[in-house]
Ligand binder design. Structure first.
Ligand code: ADE
Length: 293
C-alpha cells in the first residue's frame, strides 16, 4: 500500500480541532494543564480538548520533535499550548520540568499522566530488561510526575488535580502482564495518596481505557485489529476523544467531589470480552481441553 493510501487509525489533528464536545467552551479558562505523553493518541486528544476548552496546555513527552509538531498544530488554531521534553523516568528531570512550568506559566492546576508504553509478550518470556523498562516508565515515571506535582501544590498552597491513564487490570486484557502490574500499582498508589493528599486539596483519579482506536493500531496485524470490536459487549471500539472527555470530567471542576476513583471507559469490556494482545492460545479454544465432563 502506498503511503498516501495508508489506512487511517484514530483521530488526527484535523479531527481533534473540530470534533464536537459536550463541554462548554471556556469551561477550563484560566487553568494550566500538564499532559504527559501528549504527542500520542490519548494524550494528544486530551491536549487538544483541554486547549479547546480554554486551558493553557503544557505538553510533556520524550520526543522534542513530536511535541513541537503538536504545539504547532494546536497553536495554529489560536489555542494556548507549550511543550517541553522530559523523561518521566528521571526524577531530577521531572523536578526541573515542574520548576519550569511554575516559573514560566505560574503553575498548573491539572496533571494528566498519559505517558507510558508496553509491548505485547507472553509473561513467561519477559526479560529482566523488558520488565524493568515497563515498570520504570508506567509506574515509577507516573509516580515521579505525581509526587513532583504534589510537592509544588503543597509548597505554593495551591489545589491540584491528577488524572492517571491506566489500563483495565481486572479482566480481559492478556499478553501485557508487565503493564497490568505497573498500572495496578498506579491505581493502588492513587487511592492511597487520594487520602494522604486530601488535606492539601489534591485530588487523584484514574481512567482505564479499553479498546481505543489510535494510530498505534497500525502496528497490529489486521487479525488482531478485527478482534478489538468484539472485546466488549457494545461490540465496538472507542476513540481517544472518549478518554479526553473523561479526563475533563475527572480532572476539571466537574470532578471537585471525586477522588481516589477509577473510571473505566471500555464499553463494558471489564465485564465481558477479552483482548489477547499476543493471540488467543489454542488451550482456550479447544473443546478437548474442557475437563470434568
Ligand atoms: N512516553 C513514553 N515514555 C516516556 C518517557 N520515559 N518520558 C516521557 N514520555 C514518555
Amino acid at each position: 500500500m502506498s503511503a498516501a493510501a495508508e489506512e487511517k487509525f484514530g483521530l488526527n489533528d484535523a479531527d481533534l480541532a473540530i470534533r464536537p464536545t459536550v463541554y462548554a467552551p471556556d469551561c477550563l479558562k484560566g487553568q494550566v494543564a500538564i499532559v504527559s505523553g501528549g504527542a500520542g493518541g490519548i494524550g494528544r486528544a486530551t491536549a487538544w480538548l483541554f486547549a479547546r476548552l480554554g486551558a493553557h496546555v503544557v505538553v510533556a513527552g520524550r520526543s522534542e520533535d513530536k511535541i513541537a509538531e503538536l504545539v504547532r498544530a494546536i497553536g495554529a488554531q489560536g489555542l494556548a499550548c507549550n511543550g517541553h521534553a522530559v523523561d518521566i523516568r528521571e526524577p531530577e528531570a521531572v523536578g526541573a520540568f515542574f520548576d519550569r512550568v511554575w516559573n514560566e506559566y505560574g503553575g498548573a492546576g491539572i496533571l494528566v499522566n498519559s505517558a507510558g508504553g508496553q509491548f505485547p509478550q507472553p509473561a513467561i518470556d519477559f526479560s529482566v530488561k523488558g520488565w524493568n523498562a515497563v515498570i520504570n516508565t508506567n509506574l515509577n515515571g507516573t509516580w515521579h510526575m505525581m509526587q513532583a506535582a504534589a510537592r509544588k501544590w503543597r509548597d505554593t498552597g495551591q489545589p491540584g488535580s491528577i488524572v492517571n491513564i491506566v489500563v483495565v487490570t481486572t479482566h480481559g486484557l492478556y499478553g501485557v502482564a508487565h503493564t497490568i502490574a505497573a498500572r495496578a500499582g498506579v491505581i493502588g498508589l492513587s487511592r492511597s495518596v487520594a487520602v494522604e493528599w486530601a488535606p492539601l486539596d489534591i485530588r487523584i483519579n484514574c481512567i482505564a481505557p479499553g479498546a481505543i482506536e489510535t494510530e498505534g493500531w497500525k502496528t497490529y496485524t489486521p487479525e488482531a485489529r478485527s478482534a478489538y470490536p468484539r472485546s466488549n459487549p457494545m461490540m465496538r471500539v472507542g476513540n481517544a476523544w472518549d478518554i479526553a472527555e473523561a479526563c475533563v470530567y475527572l480532572g476539571g471542576p466537574s470532578g471537585r467531589f471525586i477522588t481516589g476513583e477509577l473510571l473505566t471507559v471500555d464499553g463494558g469490556g471489564q465485564l465481558w470480552g477479552e483482548t489477547w494482545t499476543t493471540g488467543k492460545p489454542d488451550y482456550f479454544k479447544t473443546p478437548a481441553n474442557i475437563q470434568g465432563r
